[in-house]
Design a protein around this ligand. Structure first.
Ligand code: IMP
Ligand code: MG
Length: 183
């Protein structure tokens, strides 16, 4: 049986740091939406661990929903082609929607998703991303809530994959070309 290596890549953020940041942002969201109900719309599959940490720290009436939006093939380079494979199931009309994302890179995925969500006339749409790579942005997508800003690195773990693997790692690490060859 293939075993996952003990340590994959070089650790950028460990679980403690990520949870601390999720708590800070959860508290911020609780203040910003005081007295309101929010729909947290997680992008599967990558946002799952971050969404779990974050939403446990939001003290508001909170409805879960999910979408599957994909822009990546099985490589580390964006294909630029975005498609929605699973639509939201909640009625988003007149709702406060917070899209929960693992990472924003070029911004192509989020630009497409936000445009599609706006067709449903929500009251507001904001984005809460665990990681942001602003250096690679190709549009004006600006998340209101950002866990951590990172350089132009390819990262895995805490929901993020390389060829569908390593989402389960309890840390975010970055892979250098040498690391990728040895996986
Ligand atoms: P964008 O459309 O270029 O912003 O890419 C967004 C999506 O690409 C994310 O939701 C991830 O699934 C994937 N992605 C971007 N950068 C990375 C990375 O460094 N590691 C793993 N997945 C990534
Ligand atoms: Mg992905």
């Amino acid at each position: 049986m293939a075993k996952e290596p003990k340590m994959v890549g070089k650790v950028l953020f460990d679980e403690k740091q990520i949870r601390k940041r999720a708590k800070e942002l959860g508290e911020q969201i609780t203040k910003d939406y005081e007295g309101e109900e929010v729909v947290v719309l997680g992008t599967l599959k990558g946002s799952l661990p971050w969404m779990a940490d974050l939403t446990k720290c939001i003290e508001l009436n909170t409805i879960y929903d999910f979408v599957i939006v994909s822009s990546y093939g099985s490589s580390t380079i964006s294909s630029g082609i975005v498609k929605i494979a699973l639509e939201p199931t909640q009625n988003l009309y007149n709702k406060h929607v917070i899209v929960i994302e693992d990472i924003i890179d070029t911004g192509n995925t989020l630009a497409y998703l936000v445009k599609k969500l706006e067709e449903r006339h929500p009251k507001t749409v904001e984005i809460c991303t665990m990681l942001d790579k602003p250096a690679r942005r190709l549009n004006d997508i600006k998340p209101k809530y950002i866990g951590f800003e990172i350089d132009d690195l390819f990262v895995v773990g805490y929901g993020l994959d390389y060829d569908e693997k390593y989402r389960n790692l309890p840390y975010v690490s970055y892979l250098e070309p040498d690391d990728v060859e040895n996986l």
